[in-house]
Design a binder for this molecule. Structure first.
Ligand code: ADP
Ligand code: GLC
Length: 503
């Protein structure tokens, strides 16, 4: 199949979280399954410098842009995946991150930036970008690509569209002035279409118009149809539930494999687990913690946002300190969480280590050097860190939600007896419930045989992309054989002319 994969980040070109891991590895897995998949991203400076064999292939004039957009073509590093970068310097050539400036504030022109990106993706999708190639399906990811299914919905000869929700909490909401400046069809400002509580919602473009919607774990696909997880969109998702499913993310074991990982102090496998301790020592050194015989080391890496539940860990610090353990945290995010963690590490320099920042090498070392990985998320569409920690022999402690529930099986008596236990799971969003799970984990840690069984169950589990990529492929085929006709398109003649003008 010819597939266009659109994303606002992809490892190793640019990354802020798990979306980049997925966009950097699912296309490769599809390529290995002999599909013609091409990846398209905005041309951020980092992406331009890391892409392989980049050259200018065409200039495309898009509605809403002052100058033509340049399409650069190259390769995703180290792969056979063809890459397009949408080069519009006024939108993407700037320091800072893909969504935030260097001070951590949203770029004020994000609506214009990702509308332009979506228009460029749509132009490629319609074979209007001078590439001489048309995909049969466009795979859109998160709100930054949300306008694509809406822009394509009423086009004749359009490809099928899949919209993947990696995180429903980020919706791409903008005010009326932004909506007006984007020159989108005025009738999109209605609650059946892209308006949401008096704002323009990019994600609704995907949720309303895509031929199919999926998310990154079966549990999250169920959860988002409820008020507790639906972020106000549960009604719409219930309405579309016949075309909504969940596929668990895979992991790229070429990047995340303790047997070959060049970012570790020492590589190891399930047969040489004793070598894992060299990573623990290196990790303690990196965080300035002393070695403490018999103290397990608990680790966390991630975005410091409410979703991840680190406030529960912070609340527990006085309790944790009483226990014979150490804790290391690597992350960036909400200033109050960063500050609370910094304070804790200053207060307890022998037991708590904190690094505020983004550090890929340290993230790998943390997965390998910790004894337990903490992930007490309030919600978690899939979560990759707990899957990495399984492979690194670092049993995770997780809340039973979303992808955490789908990947971690609790060390209760039945699972231990069956040999399927690989971590610790708790239910309630509360510090007490987390503490109870930590205490159970500490109990197991002192029983070498039990611990070894947990580690090997996690390390031998297979969460590679092979199976999930096959599931995606089956879904792509199903969608492209059976696209929907959105009610808006019944007045196709009129709309086509209108949509033609905005592409
Ligand atoms: P999310 O996408 O919600 O952030 P995931 O668990 O799916 O959560 O993926 C997070 C990815 O981002 C992992 O690869 C993780 O190692 C990486 N990551 C997050 N924060 C940092 C950080 N501060 N330094 C290095 N890597 C990070
Ligand atoms: C999001 C989610 C995370 C998921 C990732 C990749 O950022 O928060 O749970 O693993 O996307 O799909």
């Amino acid at each position: 199949m010819n597939i266009l994969f659109a994303s606002s980040e992809a490892h190793p070109l640019i990354k802020t979280g798990g979306l980049a891991d997925v966009a950097g590895s699912l296309p490769r897995a599809l390529k290995s399954a002999k599909q013609e998949v091409r990846l398209v991203l905005p041309a951020y400076p980092g992406a331009i410098s890391r892409a392989e064999k980049l050259k200018l292939v065409s200039d495309v004039v898009l509605a809403g842009a002052r100058t033509p957009v340049r399409l650069l073509e190259g390769w995703l590093p180290g792969s056979r995946v063809r890459l397009y970068l949408v080069d519009s310097p006024e939108h993407f050539d700037r320091p800072g991150g893909p969504y935030l400036d260097e001070a951590g504030n949203e770029w004020p022109d994000n609506a214009a930036r990702f509308a332009l990106f979506s228009r460029a993706v749509s132009a490629i999708a319609m074979n209007c970008a001078g590439l001489g190639w048309q995909p049969e399906l466009v795979h859109c990811n998160d709100w930054q690509t949300g306008l694509v299914p809406a822009l394509l919905a009423c086009r004749a000869q359009r490809p099928a569209t899949l919209f993947t929700i990696h995180n429903l909490a980020y919706q791409g909401l903008f005010d009326w002035a932004n909506f007006q400046s984007l020159k989108l069809p005025l009738d999109w400002w209605s609650m059946e279409r892209l308006e949401f509580h008096n704002q323009l919602s990019f994600i609704k473009g995907g949720l309303v118009y895509a031929d199919w919607i999926n998310t990154v774990s079966p549990s999250y696909a169920r959860e988002i149809r409820s008020e507790a997880f639906g972020c106000g969109l549960e009604g719409l998702l219930q309405h579309r539930q016949d075309r909504l499913s969940g596929i668990l993310n895979g992991v790229d074991y070429r990047v995340w494999n303790p047997g070959k990982d060049k970012l570790l102090a020492q590589t190891y496998t399930v047969r040489s687990l004793e070598r894992k301790r060299e990573n623990k020592q290196a990790l303690q050194q990196a965080f300035g913690l002393p070695e403490r015989a018999g103290f397990p080391l608990l680790g966390h890496v991630g975005r410091l946002v409410d979703q991840k539940g680190l406030d529960l860990v912070i609340e527990l610090i006085p309790e944790l300190i009483k226990r014979r353990l150490q804790l290391v945290v690597l992350g960036t995010g909400q200033p109050e969480l960063e500050q609370a963690l910094r304070t804790a590490s200053q207060q307890y320099p022998e037991q708590i280590g904190v690094r505020i920042g983004y550090d890929e090498q340290l993230a790998h070392l943390l997965e390998a050097g910790s004894d337990l990985f903490l992930m007490p998320s309030r919600f978690e569409p899939c979560g990759l860190n707990q899957i990495y920690s399984l492979r690194y022999g670092t049993p995770p402690i997780v809340r039973r939600t979303g992808g955490l529930a789908d990947t971690v099986s609790d060390a209760d008596a039945a699972n231990l007896a069956a040999g399927t236990a690989n971590g610790f799971v708790f239910e309630q969003i509360s510090a007490a419930a987390l503490l109870e799970a930590i205490d159970r984990a500490l109990g197991c840690y002192t029983q070498p045989q039990v611990w070894r069984a947990l580690q090997s169950a996690g390390m031998s589990a297979d969460f590679s992309w092979t199976r999930s990529a096959e599931e995606y492929l089956r879904l792509y085929q199903r969608i492209s054989e059976n696209p929907i006709e959105h009610p808006d398109c019944q007045r196709r003649g009129i709309r086509n002319a209108q949509v033609e003008a905005i592409l």
